[in-house]
Design a protein around this ligand. Structure first.
Ligand code: MRU
Length: 368
């Protein structure tokens, strides 16, 4: 996608051909700055502090983190140490484990002297695959948007989204926002209601920013507004991303997604979830019981950062001293509330049979 007219991905190899560069997402929307990662520790820090975030981008960054480790020392010991350090950074997005396991399997099968080149090649392939997957999700989602748009008879198509599942959360395109970009570029009058997404405000800071960069009409709303808009016919469809989807179609995504899905069900608004297949955890059946939910520091809740009147970026406390804070980062939306899953292979019911129909190799593997 483009930033001030210049094409960007969220992660790329630096001109030295060894280091990796990212966009520091903690500075947006006030500052656009890139950052260089040189080591596995740098990659782990970037994921943990959310300089990079979003399930697919976490996976791609971890893959490059392993490549950076191999550059320093291509031993089995370092491979395992970097794998384990990166795996500990964030617990919920399963793309992290998927990418790390993929890298370790790829490298274990290589002689030590081949590992550096193999690691960079596989990390680049994971990044490129993510772009291709998201572009395909965009096309399949676009078909759903077109159907909804046909009912609007030229009026704007109102889409509600939560958190940031746009290109900043992936290597490019985004998952939930890929159909939005394709619809906008294809002439559909799409307008996005952007949930601010407390506590870290990924909707306000990132989704609104990237939609603005692409010229997509959008309006930021407080997190609790969606239900009211739906009651008044002002939302035609909801579409969100996911950090982990179970084999039965339960969806774990940013805290607050579940409440939007409940409101959508109550108001007959379609609730779509866009997901690349590395986000499916085929080992978990019950999302509420089986998916680890990240709990983050309470200061993310009790402090806000913004631009002051003098133009400087400041962080301020907004809570009374001494109040306890609970900061659950994700929740699980049961499959019964999801209208359809949109994957790179097409859309399906949020059921085991639906996912199995699109990914028969996974169900066959299980049966065997
Ligand atoms: O905590 P974050 O910002 O990493 O959470 C991101 C989300 O919840 C996204 O919706 C999810 O990762 C899907 S990204 C395509």
């Amino acid at each position: 996608m483009r930033v001030n007219g210049k094409p960007y991905r969220t992660i790329w190899l630096a001109p030295d051909g060894r280091s990796v560069e990212i966009i520091d997402q903690t500075l947006l929307p006030h500052e656009f700055a890139t950052l260089r990662l040189e080591t596995c520790d740098d990659a782990a820090r970037a994921i943990k502090t959310m300089q990079v975030r979003g399930a697919p981008l976490i996976g791609a960054t971890a893959a490059y983190g392993v490549a950076l480790a191999m550059r320093a020392d291509a031993s089995d010991e370092v491979l395992d140490r970097c794998h384990d350090a990166l795996l500990k950074t964030r617990p919920t997005a399963v793309n992290l484990r998927w990418a790390l396991d993929d890298m370790r399997t790829t490298l274990r099968n290589r002689r030590r002297e081949e590992r550096v080149a193999a690691a960079y090649a596989r990390a680049a392939a994971i990044a490129d695959e993510d772009v291709a997957i998201n572009a395909a999700i965009g096309e399949h989602g676009l078909a759903l948007f077109r159907r909804a748009d046909a009912r609007k008879r030229g009026e704007r198509l109102n889409v509600l989204t939560h958190c940031n599942a746009g290109w900043l959360a992936t290597v490019d395109w985004g998952t939930a926002l890929a159909p939005v970009y394709k619809a906008h570029d294809g002439g559909i009058k799409v307008h996005v209601w952007v949930d601010e997404t407390r506590p870290r405000n990924q909707g306000m800071s990132l989704t609104a920013w990237e939609l603005g960069q692409h010229g997509v009409p959008h309006t930021v709303i407080a997190d609790n507004t969606g239900g009211h808009l739906m009651q008044h016919g002002l939302v035609d469809l909801c579409i969100v991303g996911t950090d982990r989807t179970t084999a039965t179609g339960d969806v774990c995504n940013k805290i607050g997604t579940y409440l939007k899905a409940l409101a959508a069900k109550d108001n007959g608004v379609p609730f779509y979830v866009a997901l690349p297949s590395p986000t499916i955890d085929w080992t978990v059946r019950d999302g509420v019981k089986g998916i680890p939910i990240e709990q983050r520091d309470g200061t993310e809740l009790s402090r806000v950062t913004g631009r002051g009147a003098d133009g400087s970026v400041v962080t301020v406390d907004i809570a009374p001293a001494g109040s306890a804070m609970a900061n659950y980062a994700f929740d699980v939306t049961p499959s019964r509330l999801v209208t359809a899953l949109v994957t790179e292979r097409g859309s399906c019911a949020a059921t085991e049979a639906g996912l199995g129909g699109l990914f028969p190799e996974r169900t066959k593997k299980k049966a065997g």
